[in-house]
Design a protein around this ligand. Structure first.
Ligand SMILES: [Zn+2]
Length: 62
């Protein structure tokens, strides 16, 4: 299973947490300070490919 490394948002903690990739967009609890935070979604990959192909089809008209 792949993991994401997430820095704890608590200023008094700042520990590096390893969370599963399927935890994206969900809430996780820091095992060190018990702070709850949201796992950020991945920016590079994802549902953007659908809109990219639509834009390509539009430019072929010219
Ligand atoms: Zn923490």
């Amino acid at each position: 299973m792949k993991v994401i490394h997430l820095r704890c948002a608590s200023l008094g903690c700042r520990e590096l947490l390893a969370v599963a990739t399927d935890s994206r967009g969900k809430l996780v609890t820091c095992k060190f300070c018990k702070r709850v935070m949201r796992v950020p979604l991945e920016k590079d990959k994802g549902p953007a490919s659908a809109s990219t192909s639509a834009a390509t089809a539009d430019t072929t008209k010219e």
